[in-house]
Design a protein around this ligand. Structure first.
Ligand code: ATP
Length: 427
């Protein structure tokens, strides 16, 4: 038998514990792994990054996502060595790098502004760093060709940046960063200057490139769609702290806080008091009825707690008010009646705003082929499942403020398309 039972719990044997420890060490020391321990960065009295612990496994595409000013760029710049942390340590491939200047770290950065030298052609731009580092001349040519091949820019080697499109300049900036063969590529909102279509094309290209190269990409963005499209893991930051790290599915379907629920994707938020709690399910009394939701660990809710229950627009089902399959009882639990107040087309889906009978607004996304009632004013019933509804305990409820665990609001953070909820602000 390979495990020993102690105190009712199965403890790993000495060999298993050692193997687990060695396994963890191997993961932490893998080339390209980035490990931040207790990183804090202050500017005067303002804390940009606050005791941040973040482990980025080797070879993954990770996005640092969060609203403006949450500390994404500062974190990236500390990994690059352009900023020094006030506290904490950073390891890359298992080695501390805190004492190393940027050019001695096994990383390279692609900045928002490509900062190409206008008087140099593409090949000269890409080879610049190698020439500065006195790499033997015979090595430079093949490495530049390789890097330009990677980004499909070999045919443009002798053009000047001014003769390239924005997307092509972006690729040259990428080649210039990759030519040094970094273990980790840091990208600071590199596509913000591109138009939407080009940006979407580059997202796919960048992800394919990362797959092909297998090096770690750390990508800063405030665009949740971009992060969801490209990332293996998303680290959601808020006010210099890590709110959640997980796969796109994890952060989208199982947000760990109201902040994450609001920032990633859109949501409908209902605020009310917990009427009953059983296991992980809570019943929340809201103005229009009862909402059954999953309580989010670790904030397991109990009766009397004030919570925000959130449900995604695409998880809401819509039918004509008279077609209620439950025979009219549908709105009592996880349901609300109202009328269609707006319809917009999202390509394959329709997004509807439903004004509920008590004056709130609900956002609903349905497949175009679903045959949902879409006439303005049509009476409708919206229903959803408890499993798709997440309840977050509201902290400090005395004044009725909407501060939730780790969050300041359930509304959309300014400047993003994320988290917009048309529902009424919490009473
Ligand atoms: P954005 O998406 O707008 O680029 P961000 O999440 O990257 O934002 P940071 O640039 O890391 O945010 O900034 C975090 C906080 O630190 C902000 O409040 C910012 O004003 C502050 N900050 C950043 N750099 C400096 C600096 N050099 N001096 C003073 N404050 C700074």
């Amino acid at each position: 038998m390979s495990t020993a039972v102690r105190g009712g719990q199965q403890a790993p044997s000495g060999r298993e514990a050692r193997e687990a420890r060695e396994g963890a060490e191997t993961v932490e020391r893998a080339v390209g792994a980035v490990d931040l321990h207790g990183i804090t960065k202050r500017y005067g009295s303002a804390t940009a990054v606050d005791d941040l612990d973040l482990f980025i496994p080797a070879g993954k595409f990770i996005s640092l996502l969060g609203p403006s000013g949450c500390g994404k760029t500062t974190t990236l710049r500390m990994i690059a060595g352009f900023e020094q942390a006030d506290a904490g340590t950073i390891e890359i491939s298992g080695d501390p790098v805190d004492h190393l200047p940027p050019h001695k770290r096994p990383v390279n950065t692609v900045f928002q502004a490509y900062a190409l030298f206008p008087h140099m052609d593409v090949a000269e731009n890409v080879s610049y760093g190698l020439r500065q580092a006195k790499v033997p001349r015979a090595e430079i040519g093949p490495r530049v060709s390789d890097a330009l091949d990677m980004v499909q820019m070999a045919d443009f080697a002798h053009r000047k940046p001014g003769q390239l499109s924005g997307g092509q300049q972006q690729r040259v900036a990428l080649a210039r960063a990759l030519v040094n063969r970094p273990s980790v590529l840091l990208l600071d909102e590199p596509m913000s200057a591109l138009d939407r279509k080009l940006r979407e094309e580059m997202q796919i290209e960048l992800k394919l490139l990362q797959n092909r190269l297998g090096i770690t990409f750390v990508f800063v963005t405030h665009d949740q769609e971009e992060a969801l499209t490209m990332s293996d893991r998303i680290a959601v930051l808020n006010e210099g702290r890590l709110e959640q790290i997980g796969t796109p599915d994890e952060v989208y379907d199982h947000p760990s806080s109201a902040f994450v629920a609001g920032f990633i994707g859109r949501q409908n938020a209902f605020t009310g008091l917990v009427e009953a709690a059983s296991g992980s399910e809570v019943g929340v009394r809201v103005p229009h009825g009862l909402v059954l939701a999953r309580a989010t660990v670790p904030a397991s809710a109990k009766a009397g707690d004030r919570v925000v229950a959130s449900v995604r627009p695409e998880r809401v089902r819509l039918c004509a008010a008279g077609d209620d399959p439950s025979g009219g009882e549908g709105a009592a639990e996880n349901g609300v009646t109202g009328s269609v107040a707006g319809v917009s087309h999202l390509g394959h889906a329709l997004q509807l705003v439903v004004r509920t009978d008590d004056g709130a607004e609900l956002l609903v996304r349905v497949d175009r082929s679903a045959g949902a009632p879409t006439e303005l004013g049509a009476p409708v019933l919206c229903r959803w499942d408890a499993d798709d509804t997440h309840a977050f305990v509201v902290v400090g409820t005395a004044d009725g403020s909407t501060s939730t665990d780790g969050s300041t609001s359930t509304d959309s953070p300014a400047g993003t398309d994320a988290g917009a909820t048309p529902s009424r602000r919490t009473p």
